[in-house]
Design a protein. Sequence first.
Length: 141
Amino acid sequence: MRRVLIAVAALALPVSLAGAPAVAASPGTPSTAVVEQAPATDKLNGPTMLVAQGPDDVCDFTINRPSLRLGSSGAAVQQAQCYLNQAIDAGLDQDGDFGQITQSATRAFQRCAGIVVDGRIGAQTWSFLSFWANAPGAPFC
């Protein structure tokens, strides 16, 4: 479990975050609340990262960033395929199936970006993909 430390200003109004119980500070006294937050999970791929997309994100299938590999499927794969198309002009169908062609495009992207080449999309690859896909001048490589 991840602990999120939230400093609550000296307000008489209750504050509610992500479904957590409301926390109110007494007037004139700063207060601190610790809210337990369970990590998001995906049945096939385990824990996922939730990343807020900007208003100008070129792909908008999902905000979930689970680890993806050969055999993965769903909206996160569509997001990755869209990013690969934008970042390196991979020419992938955005069908949501992580097959051999998506794995090959992932490896090509990883080589181009100078990161670990394993054909999987984990935290580092997601980070580079979203940055490159949304960068001016894309596609690269």
